[in-house]
Design a protein around this ligand. Structure first.
Ligand SMILES: [Zn+2]
Length: 300
């Protein structure tokens, strides 16, 4: 079986039906085996031993944090043990923990156990949403966290709007024609990096139409066939990547210079021989882009 994409929370039970059960939640927050995952300004707490690992704190060692934290949100159960994300972003400096430090998950995600990376990504994404939704988008009054950190309600009684965590859908697509795939690069990417095309889904647009529109905008190619591949949470800061494979009607493309620096068709042999340096490198290893390219190289 094909391994899941990076940052998928495969072993987590989100127990969504428990989020409104305040007694159950209070019991979890008093239970010694409950675990906490601190987040500080978009960074996760990571232990660095022989390999990076999620720093999962025991309740006893983090009680003070829990009391000082701005937001606490239930992520779910792992092996029946409750895991909560705790936001410490109000602190000017990252709090210190022995043997661990706060870091950008993207710097270690590809070399961390998949399930741990998924949990950290979830914690980061949910805390980012809390940070950005402290005021009501309808009336501008402060909002307060509810439902174990999965909803924010406006404190203005006359408004009372409920805001739910959001994730922005983006399509990412591997375009193939005649035994080659099209890879492009954006100017701001790391030197040499090339990747498949991608873009955000617009309101009122189907995913398939978004794939066709983005490809046409970026390289003026019309697609003959569009198929769903797999998805990947990408909370950097708030996306989900929806992966597609597509076949172009022909190979005569034209790069839109606003969107891409350049693009080119590549054969399997060229990609297998990638020098992985400033002249050419594949997309980052933890990305669905890399998965789409590697699956194609492997004939999938
Ligand atoms: Zn409001």
């Amino acid at each position: 079986m094909q391994e899941s994409n990076f940052y998928v929370t495969a072993n987590l039970d989100r127990v969504a039906l428990r989020r409104r059960n305040s007694e159950w939640l209070a019991a979890r927050l008093a239970e010694p085996r409950t675990r906490l995952l601190p987040v500080w300004r978009g960074q996760n707490l990571v232990r660095e031993a022989s390999a990076p690992a999620a720093a999962v704190l025991e309740l006893a060692e983090a009680q003070a944090l829990l009391e000082s934290s701005v937001e606490v949100a239930l992520l779910g159960l792992v092996d029946d043990i409750a895991h909560f994300a705790v936001d410490l972003s109000h602190l000017e400096e990252p709090p210190q923990f022995p043997g661990a430090h706060f870091t950008d998950l993207r710097s270690v995600g590809a070399i961390m156990a998949r399930e741990e990376g998924g949990l950290l990504a979830y914690a980061r994404g949910l805390m980012h949403w809390h940070q950005r939704h402290r005021y009501c988008g309808v009336c501008g009054s402060p909002t307060l966290s509810r439902e174990a950190g999965h909803m924010r309600r406006c404190t203005n009684a006359a408004c009372g709007a409920e805001h739910h965590p959001r994730t922005d859908p983006a399509v990412i697509m591997r375009v193939e024609h005649g035994g080659r795939i099209l890879l492009g690069r954006q100017k701001q990417w790391p030197p040499g990096m090339h990747s498949v095309l991608a873009g955000f889904v617009e309101p009122g647009e189907s995913l398939e139409d978004a794939v066709r529109r983005e490809v046409f905008e970026e390289v003026a190619l019309r697609l003959a066939e569009v198929r769903y591949h797999s998805s990947q949470p990408w909370p950097f800061p708030a996306s989900i990547m929806l992966g597609f494979t597509a076949v172009a009607g022909n190979d005569a493309f034209e790069v839109d210079k606003e969107e891409l620096e350049r693009a080119r068709w590549f054969t399997r042999e060229e990609l297998l021989a990638s020098p992985e340096d400033e002249s050419f490198r594949l997309p980052r290893r933890d990305s669905i882009a890399r998965r789409l390219v590697e699956d194609w190289i492997a004939g999938g």
